[in-house]
Write a protein that binds this ligand. Sequence first.
Ligand code: ZN
Length: 108
Amino acid sequence: MEQEHPLVRDVFPELISELMALLEDEGERELSICAWDLRLFGECGCGDDFCQSIRTSDHPQGQPYGAGHRCVPLSPSTGMLILDVVDHRIVYVEVLQRPTMRRQDLKS
Ligand SMILES: [Zn+2]
């Protein structure tokens, strides 16, 4: 059986509720629904202490996203949240200059 990537809402529940609310505010209803099912593929790994970005797809880092790509900047009360969307899929969540995200322990 293939190892599943954890749901982001299980690991960072506060991030997902915030993302969904902000997407609703932007009129991005479809993406808001997608956010609920996002899976955590990994962390950005750049090592910058202001960056807590997460990868939500298996898109190789550093590779161009191609034609179907758009950026969706949100307006959180602190820091920056920017989504990378490719063909209506959220592939990357930029989390910048934000308070440290509390990580939920996964029980499996
Ligand atoms: Zn980073």
